[in-house]
Design a protein around this ligand. Structure first.
Ligand code: DC
Length: 243
């Protein structure tokens, strides 16, 4: 398995860094948070509280989640609807955090994540990748930053996507809520793996973080591509989508 695992709290820069590291090596980036967001979206859209264990469990039996890579970019489909852009609101952040605390949801999604990682080299980000999803990942990084810095970054990200309504105070409330919930839940909580490298990104630029990660991995893109090519034969898409 060739996987670069990036874990850390909300707003630590994981998705930006993961995308660029994946681009550098010419491999795919799997955003596992999007999968929890998609499940949160489905619950909200059919009027189920994301904390309602029983209702969510029966929802799972009637839900098809597909992760597809189109032109190298991940898209997430729920029952064949592309929800990738609908899951990026503060409401969906909270729903994702709530639903991700349920054992039935984690089992379902972790299984899918492991299948995806077994079939192709990936940069994969989340909360529990290094500790639970892929404990044998050869490279593990834990990205963090102060809560203030993470809130500022999240706000900028929302603004860049056209959201001019959400305030800094709302983002701070969201970050604090998720920090607490994601790290205190019983199943696979947010935690740095013992063998993960800690990167505090508070005072680092994106490029500095990427340079640190690439230096640590110590492989050339061609070497990574050779691994990608050797696993290409088993590249059937477990979720039924396009790769
Ligand atoms: O990375 P994100 O902000 O898109 O994640 C949304 C929520 O999903 C996050 O608050 C916790 C949950 N999550 C998780 O529990 N495990 C993961 N591997 C990824 C996300």
């Amino acid at each position: 398995m060739f996987a670069i695992a990036l874990d850390g709290p909300a707003g630590a820069g994981k998705s930006t860094i993961a995308r660029k590291v994946a681009e550098h090596y010419g491999i795919l980036y799997l955003d596992t948070g999007a999968m929890y967001r998609a499940m949160g979206w489905k619950a909200i859209s059919i009027g189920i509280a994301p904390q309602n264990d029983h209702a969510v469990e029966s929802m799972l039996c009637n839900t098809r989640l597909d992760v597809r890579f189109q032109n190298g970019e991940q898209r997430v489909f729920v029952d064949d609807k592309d929800v990738s852009d609908l899951i990026r609101t503060p409401e969906m952040s909270k729903a994702a955090s709530d639903i991700s605390a349920l054992t039935c949801v984690r089992k379902h999604l972790v299984e899918l994540q492991r299948q995806l990682a077994a079939s192709r080299p990936l940069v994969i980000d989340g909360r529990d990748i290094g500790t639970y999803v892929l404990p044998d990942a050869p490279w593990k990084f834990f990205l963090t930053a102060t809560a203030e810095e993470r809130a500022q970054r999240r706000l900028l990200q929302l603004r860049s996507k056209g959201d001019d309504k959400t305030t800094l105070e709302e983002v701070v409330v969201d970050i604090n809520y998720r920090d607490k919930q994601d790290s205190s839940r019983e199943v696979a909580p947010l935690r740095q793996a013992d063998d993960a490298i800690l990167l505090d990104t508070t005072h680092l630029s994106i490029d500095q973080v990427i340079t640190a990660i690439i230096r640590e991995i110590g492989m050339l893109p061609q070497e990574v591509q050779a691994i990608a090519d050797s696993t290409a034969n088993s590249k059937s898409d477990v979720s039924g989508g396009d790769v």
